[in-house]
Ligand binder design. Structure first.
Ligand SMILES: [Zn+2]
Length: 288
């Protein structure tokens, strides 16, 4: 099979490179998180979604194909990797998949020591698991790893003992002195600002990119699939705080439309970016 070319996008002077960690079919679990077996919601007209997204979606008789996208963002001479995928696996919630981030990085010509910053949108296991190598050292030896302090204090370590993936992939970063905890808005460079978009987790963040009059936002799991751009009021079963998740979706969607932002999703079909278009007053995701 021909190797997929490396997908790149520019936002003014910023370059974004898609680093896919791989995709998996979850089965039809509409409006629910993987593993919670939610029943089909008959109030959704899935046919239109199936027609617009023939390669997979979540709805009756239609698999939710979940893509796990990490991103390299180059800004102001710095190289920032956003999210670290499911890791070496096998990752049971995604059908035993094995992550492909190292291969994606190699195709993009990116070595681990090139990375200055790792930005975690949140501390879920499908976003953090390439953080350490087999010996337990940071995979990215020069990088600072950034996580919102609420994900650390209110989610990652508030249960004792913490979940195993936290013990394996997140807590050691703190012990090694490479994890920085953020609060509020945080500028990574003149062109990149982390903003708080809580609900999916207490400290979920999105990354706003603004450069030379162009804008985009990497949304992590605020919109777990393009469906939620069309129907932001719908609950998502994996949001830890459902009402807050919906509030963040609504607020971020308003900002995206007001500022003309391009959308970059954590679980959208590869490469993961596109625009919101309006058809008959309804919002749809249009991949680029
Ligand atoms: Zn996720």
């Amino acid at each position: 099979m021909a190797e997929r070319p490396v997908d790149r996008m520019r936002v003014g002077g910023v370059e974004i490179v898609s680093l896919p960690d791989g995709a998996a079919n979850l089965g039809g679990r509409p409006l629910a998180g993987p593993g919670d077996g939610g029943a089909a919601d008959t109030s959704v007209d899935w046919a239109e979604y199936h027609a617009r997204f023939p390669d997979g979606f979540h709805g009756p008789d239609h698999h939710w194909r979940i893509h796990n996208n990490c991103y390299l963002v180059r800004s102001g001479g710095r190289r920032i990797v956003v999210d670290l995928g499911v890791g070496v696996g096998p990752y049971p919630r995604y059908g035993g998949m094995h992550g492909q981030l190292p291969q994606a990085m190699a195709r993009a010509g990116l070595a681990p020591e090139d990375v200055d910053v790792v930005f975690f949108t949140h501390a879920h296991p499908d976003h953090v698991a390439w953080s350490l190598d087999a010996e337990g050292a940071p995979t990215f030896p020069r990088a600072r790893y950034l996580l919102h302090q609420a994900d650390w204090h209110e989610y990652a370590v508030h249960r004792q003992p913490p979940p195993r993936y936290i013990q394996r992939f997140v807590a050691p970063l703190r012990d090694l002195g490479v994890l920085d905890l953020l609060a509020g808005e945080h500028a990574l460079t003149d062109e990149l600002t982390a903003i708080e978009t809580p609900g999916h987790t207490p400290g979920h963040m999105s990354l706003v990119i603004a450069s030379a009059g162009e804008r985009a936002v990497i949304t992590g799991d605020v919109f777990p699939s393009p469906f939620y751009l069309s129907e932001p009021e719908r609950p998502f079963g994996s949001d830890l705080d459902g009402a807050r998740g919906i509030a963040s979706r609504r607020a971020l969607l308003a900002r995206i439309e007001a500022d003309g932002m391009r959308v970059v999703g954590g679980h959208f079909p590869e490469p993961g970016w596109g625009d919101i278009i309006r058809v008959g007053g309804r919002r749809w995701f249009r991949a680029l």
